[in-house]
Write a protein that binds this ligand. Structure first.
Ligand code: PNS
Length: 161
């Protein structure tokens, strides 16, 4: 079994994330999306809410599952057995941070490799923070996130974001 873990904040999941998930799901036997804590971010959605939103949009992908962890990625990956980490790279600005994370994770868990998928060009600019910003201004989000989750984002905004 070739297993990939796709970790992230997913606050909320975007079409850019979906693009990486679909491409990873076509290469690996199983993809585990793991909603994790990024200590430099204050999420809009709680971790269980993010898991629920992601589950709604990966329903059609039978080899994709969604979990959450509040621990270290390297430890989480160890608990999964033989696997690799998948990360999406948009621009050079992502590279520095992601390369550092890949090395830290390898240091903590020497068997753990990180593989990078380059973002498809139409998603190079897209991030969850852009989505949150646009949502705050009430912009149409259909080009940026799976349509099914838009009402949840709008409701969260109405309740103070
Ligand atoms: O989508 P993000 O916010 O860029 O994802 C970053 C994330 C959540 C994958 C990263 O912060 C992470 O791995 N968090 C878990 C804790 C950890 O292992 N940190 C790296 C070692 S210091």
């Amino acid at each position: 079994m070739k297993v990939a873990i796709y970790p992230g904040s997913f606050d909320p999941i975007t079409l850019g994330h979906m693009n990486i998930i679909r491409r990873a799901a076509s290469v690996f036997d199983a993809v585990v999306i793991c909603v994790m804590v990024n200590s430099s971010k204050h999420p809009m959605f709680s971790a269980p809410e993010r898991v629920e939103l992601i589950k709604k949009v990966v329903e059609d992908l039978p080899n994709v599952e969604v979990e959450q962890s509040s621990g270290l990625l390297a430890e989480y990956a160890r608990s999964k057995g033989k696997c690799v980490i998948i990360k999406g790279l948009r621009a050079m600005s992502d590279f520095e941070k992601e390369f550092q994370m890949a090395m830290i994770n390898k240091k903590l868990n020497p068997l753990l490799d990180t593989m990078f998928l380059s973002s498809d060009s139409e998603y190079m600019y897209l991030s969850s923070s852009v989505v949150r910003e646009l949502a705050r201004y009430g912009r149409d989000l259909r080009e940026f996130v799976p349509e099914i989750i838009i009402p949840y984002i709008e409701r969260k905004m109405k309740n103070g974001g």
